[in-house]
Design a protein around this ligand. Sequence first.
Ligand SMILES: [Zn+2]
Length: 164
Amino acid sequence: MMDAEKWKDTILAKSREYMEIGVSVASDLTEKGKTQARILSNQAKISRAQRQLGALVYSLAKGNEENQPLVDKYIDMIDSIEQENRQLKAKLTPTEADEVEHVVQTEADLADVMADPAGEEQPADEPADVQDGQEAGPAKKFCPQCGAEVAPDALFCNKCGAQL
Ligand SMILES: [Zn+2]
């Protein structure tokens, strides 16, 4: 599978690039560094919520279903994190905000690469060699509220909408 190998290399290269920039920003322990680190972690949350929302809308549309309250929960969550990031960015100088923009773009690239790895989802922090289909998936996760099985990285229960 040449394609899978290619994706693996791309993901690894992107991860390394992201980590290097991320570490240099996060290890800056000034107030500015903390603000940048917080923006970064918020941005990661937004990417994750957007991926979840995308998967949710896709599965709803495919099954000809609707679950507007759950979709709204994701949108509200993304909105409130984006609002916090706008406030955080307002504390930074344009140059400092640019530094974060650069990292954020890298993170978004990484998310893109990971969202489309030739049909199979591969979490970034998992070794990419486990592909036999045996013991590959992470442990199942269940909603503490209603007991429904939920995606390992879901933010809300698809059944009852409880925050996970
Ligand atoms: Zn539930």
